[in-house]
Every structure is written in structure tokens, then in C-alpha cells.
Design a protein around this ligand. Structure first.
Ligand code: NZQ
Ligand code: ZN
Length: 389
């Protein structure tokens, strides 16, 4: 087990009707002028936005609301939102939505607290975030885990670069999590969410680090829970128990817990981000489309790890190491397919790659022009990335 720091300051308020507490929760964080961010309108149609703003009013808070965040949130929109937030004089940012809305809210908080900095300077590593504003979340989609994570992902549409920023300033102050708010999700988004939640743990589980029993068991338990309840949720998004398990797993899968004491891999996320940047494919679908190819390419690096995954997550009893690993990969890919998620490029209609030249361009983009490698289970350079794609 490696040394680690665990910092998860987010107050979780979980259960039915918890959104009614939003105003009081923001007030406890010292909010007086709240900048509310939401997406393309699902929270307007469901009536959630009205309930949340009523709760802010009841708590005596002033607010301004801005909708329009798109999936794979855009830098240009976040910049506009920062300007509006500065003009409004906000001291608190509230996200009502999924990962894209939350990540935009985090950008607004950093931009408002650092009025002389262009926010992309933080994402492009020109500047470090030294101060920000508190962000609260009312979660409507269990997937990205942004409601507790230290990360925020933006797409610079001018350069077609999708990039994450990790800093403890990204950890929200509170997250309101009512599983009933996810009942209106389209089946496709439920599937994307399940894949993403699994992947936040898988991208930590496949690690070169050994002797990390408790973290392994937590990760394996989370994966089994998500696989079981994901199958129920995809059939019926009004299954409160299944949606509850998935929602809670979504937060635990990406707050750091399932990878404590181990080196992270996250190659699959990097492979996926390149696809989303170029083809605007949903994040979860970008991950399911590459995971099988990644796993096939890397498992020989340390087959024993895949055997452990096979035994403990999928209950596979097979003595031959390679066979067990391949069986686990097959089961995982089949599970993604059962959620109607793409498991290769040709199954994702957004991905329009036709030639080897185009694949090379993707590998070039993902490796930042050959200047970086990705992953740690197997360190993958530009040529490896090309092979996986
Ligand atoms: O925009 P609206 O109308 O709200 O519709 C959204 C959107 O179209 C819809 N939706 C959300 N809640 C709903 C709903 N529709 C009906 N009922 C509801 N209750 O779902 C669509 C997708 O929303 P989005 O926020 O984009 O999905 P998700 O939560 O999967 O977030 C994806 C983004 O998060 C990033 C991804 O890269 C992607 O940009 N990630 C962020 C991370 C983080 N900050 O820690 C980590 C992740 O690995 C990920 O990279
Ligand atoms: Zn993810």
C-alpha cells in the first residue's frame, strides 16, 4: 500500500425530497448570492429547478439562474457564465444537473474567484488554482461522480481538446442526492452512467500496485453492486432501490476511495476523452467503446490481476490464467452490450473513423503529439494507443 491523503469534504445529503434542503445547506456554507447553473432543460421540465429556487428563496438567498450547459461542456459557455457570475456578484455556485453542469459550475467558481484569469489557464496548466468559491450540487444523474470528485472536465471547442483539471478546490461543499430525481433519465443516459461508474473504479483497480487488500475489496464490492443493480436500473429507471445503489456508488467510485493507496491507471478515460473531443460522443459511451480493446491489449502485462477480477467480480472459476482473464474481459464487454452501450468504434454511430490515417490522428491527439504516455498498469505510448484504437 502506498502512502496517501484522503480528503472528501463534501457533505452528502441523500434520500427522497432532500432537494428541499438546498437553500439551508447553501446558507450554512455562508452563501448570500447564489449563481445557479443547469443544463438543456430537463430540470425545468421536471419542475426540479422551481423546487430548488423556491428553497433558496425560503432561506432568504438571492439567486440568478443560467441554463444551457451541453454534455461535454464547452469552454466558451463556461467563460460566458463566469462573466455573468462576476457581474451578479455571486458568492456561491449551485449546480442542478449531471457531470457537465457540475463541471461548468466548478469553472464558474474558479473564474469568479480569480477575475483576472482566463479559466482555460487552469485547465492548460498555465496557472494553479489557489482560491475558489464554494459549489453546491443537486444531482440528477449518477455517472461522473463530480458531486464529490476533485476533478472538472471541459472541452475547448476551438482546439478540440477535452481536458480534466484536478484540484481539491473542485470538491463540492455539499451534494444533494435524491435517487427519484433520476427517474426521468433516458435509458441511454442510465447506461452511460453505469459504464462511467464502473470505469472510475476499473481505471483505479488495474494498477501496478500490490498488497492493497482493503481497497481491492471495496472496489470489488462496488463493482458487483453496480453490475447487479445496473441490470435492474436499465430495465426500470423507477426502481428506487437500484437507482439508490447506483447513485451512491457513483460518488464513492470517484471520490478516491476505490483507489486509495494505489497508483491510478486512467488510460481508458484518456482514450475516451479524445473520442469525445473529436466526435462529441457521450462520456460513458466513449469508455465502453474502448475498454475491451484496452483490456485485450494490456492484460498480459499482469494476468494475475485480471484473474483476481475474474474470480471476485464475475465469479469465474478457471485455472488457466489467460483463459480466466479473457473470460472476464468477455463478460465485461457483454455486460456493456446488455446496457445497449457501444463496445467498439463501429457500434458507436458518432465515431466516424474510416481510415488508418484518421486512427493515427486520434493516437496523435491522445498522446499530445507523442509527448505523453497514458496509464500505469501498462504505460501506453502513441504506438500503443494507435493499436488499442
Ligand atoms: O442538459 P439536460 O437537459 O439536463 O439533459 C442532460 C444531458 O442531456 C440529461 N439529464 C441529466 N439529468 C437528467 C437528464 N435527463 C433527464 N432526467 C434527468 N434527471 O443527461 C444528459 C447528459 O448529461 P451530462 O451532465 O453530460 O452527463 P454526465 O453526468 O454523464 O456528465 C458527463 C460529463 O462529465 C465529465 C465527462 O467527461 C462529461 O463531460 N466527467 C466528469 C468527471 C468529474 N468532474 O469528476 C469525471 C468523469 O470521468 C467525466 O470525465
Ligand atoms: Zn468518467
Amino acid at each position: 500500500m502506498h502512502s496517501f491523503t484522503q480528503y472528501t469534504p463534501t457533505r452528502i445529503v441523500f434520500g427522497k425530497e432532500t432537494e428541499k434542503q438546498t437553500g439551508q445547506l447553501a446558507k450554512q456554507c455562508g452563501a448570500s448570492r447564489v449563481f445557479v447553473v443547469y443544463g438543456g432543460g430537463s430540470v425545468v421540465r421536471s419542475g426540479l429547478l422551481d423546487r430548488v429556487t423556491a428553497s433558496l428563496e425560503e432561506a432568504g438567498l438571492t439567486y440568478k439562474a443560467l441554463g444551457g450547459v451541453k454534455p461535454n461542456p464547452r469552454l466558451s459557455f463556461a467563460r460566458q457564465a463566469v462573466e455573468m457570475s462576476k457581474e451578479f456578484g455571486s458568492d456561491f455556485v449551485l449546480a442542478v444537473g449531471g457531470g457537465s453542469v457540475i463541471d461548468t459550475a466548478k469553472a464558474v467558481a474558479h473564474g469568479t474567484a480569480n477575475p483576472d484569469t482566463d479559466i482555460w489557464d487552469f485547465w492548460s496548466r498555465k496557472k494553479t488554482v489557489e482560491k475558489s468559491m464554494p459549489v453546491g450540487v443537486v444531482l440528477t444523474l449518477a455517472a461522473a461522480g463530480s458531486e464529490t470528485s476533485d476533478s472538472a472536465v471541459l472541452t475547448n471547442e476551438e482546439t478540440q481538446i477535452k481536458r480534466g483539471l484536478s484540484t481539491d478546490f473542485n470538491r463540492p461543499a455539499f451534494a444533494v442526492m435524491n435517487p427519484e430525481l433520476t427517474y426521468t433519465l433516458p435509458k441511454y443516459q442510465v447506461g452511460c452512467g453505469i459504464v462511467d461508474i464502473m470505469m472510475h473504479t476499473l481505471d483505479r483497480y488495474f494498477t501496478p500496485t500490490e498488497n492493497n487488500e482493503l481497497t481491492d475489496e471495496i472496489a470489488e464490492g462496488l463493482l458487483r453492486t453496480v453490475i447487479r443493480n445496473g441490470a435492474a436500473a436499465i430495465k426500470d429507471s423507477h426502481d428506487y432501490n437500484a437507482m439508490s445503489e447506483i447513485m451512491w456508488a457513483g460518488s464513492l467510485s470517484h471520490n478516491g476511495l476505490t483507489g486509495l493507496g494505489a497508483e491510478k491507471d486512467f488510460a481508458v478515460h484518456q482514450l475516451g476523452h479524445e473520442l469525445s473531443a473529436k466526435f462529441d460522443i457521450a462520456h460513458g459511451a466513449s469508455l465502453s467503446a474502448v475498454w475491451g480493446a484496452w483490456a485485450q491489449y494490456v492484460y498480459q502485462e499482469k494476468p494475475q490481476r485480471f484473474v483476481q477480477y475474474a474470480e471476485r467480480v464475475w465469479g469465474i472459476e478457471e485455472k488457466d490464467c489467460s483463459k480466466a482473464a479473457e473470460e472476464a474481459i468477455k463478460k465485461t464487454v457483454a455486460y456493456f452490450a446488455s446496457l445497449d452501450m457501444p463496445t467498439c468504434f463501429s457500434e458507436a454511430e458518432e465515431i466516424g473513423i474510416k481510415t488508418e490515417e484518421e486512427l493515427k490522428k486520434m493516437a496523435d491527439g491522445c498522446s499530445y503529439g507523442g509527448t505523453r504516455s497514458i496509464g500505469s498498469f501498462k504505460v501506453c505510448d502513441k504506438d500503443d494507443i494507435f493499436e488499442i484504437y
